[in-house]
Design a protein around this ligand. Structure first.
Ligand SMILES: [Zn+2]
Length: 208
């Protein structure tokens, strides 16, 4: 079964960012995390890793944890075990090469669809399946205020917060207001992170 909660002690939660890396927004998110000394986890799409290896390297160098989010972000419920294995292995190798690190040990299924086949393949590959417990739906660009409010309302000990630094529909320079525009995610993080710090929360990467 995928993990929905973190077990890292009282007032500790995890921030996770999916669908990157993205040149426009990942660096801004890293800068905010750096300002507060916070470590997060980034579940990357292999196709974006291949396009932006320098961004992967920066995420790894700044001490964040890297996760495998498949190569092409398919619904894993529709794929055979062999195709799922291909998606995960190819991504693991690309992340390791770009980040000059070991292949990720964490796996998150696109759309949270941890199909039976995907869990079996993940187990074979030694990948730990990680879900989430707080979803502000930042990908839908509901407004910065809404994202801040949803994170602050949902946050508690053990929360795994889901956000998106990148997009399946990648654009190096995102169209403002378009699907790859992560301005709201970036702005919301800069607002709620100090609030969480002030409330006494600590932050951990997902996994062991
Ligand atoms: Zn995703």
């Amino acid at each position: 079964m995928p993990e929905y909660r973190l077990h890292a002690g009282p007032m500790t939660l995890a921030l996770t960012f999916d669908d990157g890396p993205a040149p426009a927004s990942t660096a801004q998110i890293l800068a905010t995390l750096r300002r507060y000394g916070v470590t997060a986890t980034f579940f990357m799409i292999g196709a974006n890793v291949a396009k932006y290896p320098d961004v992967v390297r920066q995420v790894a160098d700044e001490g964040h944890r890297l996760g495998n989010h498949t190569w092409s972000h398919p619904d894993l419920g529709t794929l055979s075990a062999a195709r799922i294995r291909e998606e995960l292995e190819r991504t693991g190798e690309a992340v390791a090469r770009a980040g000059r690190t070991d292949p990720p040990k964490l796996f998150r299924a696109p759309y949270g669809n941890f199909s039976t086949a995907s869990l079996a393949v993940a187990a074979e590959l030694g990948l730990r399946p990680i879900s989430w417990s707080v979803d502000p739906e930042d990908w839908s660009r509901p407004g910065t205020d809404a994202i801040v409010e949803r994170v602050m309302t949902g946050a508690r000990t053990g929360s795994i917060v889901l956000e998106h630094d990148g997009c399946l529909i990648d654009e190096a320079v995102p169209t403002p207001g378009g699907p790859a525009d992560r301005t709201q995610t970036v702005d919301a993080l800069a607002r709620y992170l100090p609030q969480l710090v002030d409330a006494g929360y600590r932050f951990a990467a997902v996994g062991p």
